[in-house]
Design a protein around this ligand. Structure first.
Ligand SMILES: [Zn+2]
Length: 208
């Protein structure tokens, strides 16, 4: 007959058997480490290898695009609110990147872009005026040169791969893009990779 309890080899606490997962050939057919300790170990291991886990996930995703799509479509269908919130959060954190992608898309799809912004302006008359004056003021200098786009995208990719390795960095405008005194250019020379910490400290403080 099995006893009712067993001592965990990790935390050395005597616990009821059902606090250990089943394991064939283990003592009493149970794991030697309790469930709580196992999940702690898994957490530590995950944090330690976060970069590698992400890189491996990414590799798997690239090799299994169709499967990945089925999984993510199912998740999106089952969690529409969560998906919406996390997308909005990502956009907020990556505003520069979003602006860049949007300006690229607009250049590629001028007609569709006009349709969408006309529809938006019609539905948001108050916001339209504020946005159009701000847009006019910044657009000329803020839009990247075509020739620099591959370089800029490369910089963002580099930052993304650094983040995948666990290094917290942002792509930053050396001179802020929108600032009461200066208008930073969205050009390659003005972009730099900053540690996330430094970037938050800087937070649009610029003394010309
Ligand atoms: Zn334990």
């Amino acid at each position: 007959m099995n006893p009712e309890t067993k001592i965990c080899t990790k935390c050395n606490v005597e616990k009821p058997l059902d606090e250990f997962s089943d394991r064939q050939h283990g003592k009493y057919n149970k794991n030697s480490v309790c469930k709580v300790c196992i999940s702690e170990l898994a957490k530590v291991k995950y944090v330690k290898n976060k970069g590698r886990y992400r890189a491996n996930n990414r590799k798997w995703e690239l090799a299994n695009k169709a499967k990945r799509k089925v999984i993510s479509d199912r998740y999106k269908n089952n969690n529409p609110e969560k998906v919406k919130a996390s997308q909005a959060n990502w956009r907020k954190k990556n505003l520069d990147h979003v602006r860049l992608l949007m300006s690229l898309w607009r250049k590629k799809n001028p007609e569709r872009a006009r349709e969408i912004s006309a529809k938006w302006a019609k539905n948001n008359p108050g916001k339209r005026n504020a946005r159009s004056s701000r847009y006019k003021a910044t657009k000329k200098q803020a839009t990247p040169l075509w020739s620099e786009i591959p370089l800029i995208l490369e910089l963002y990719e580099l930052a993304a791969s650094m983040r995948a390795e666990g290094v917290k960095v942002h792509v930053d405008h050396a001179i802020p893009l929108v600032h009461p005194l200066v208008c930073g250019l969205h050009c390659y020379d003005n972009l730099q990779i900053l540690s996330a910490e430094d970037n938050l400290k800087k937070h649009n403080k610029y003394t010309p």
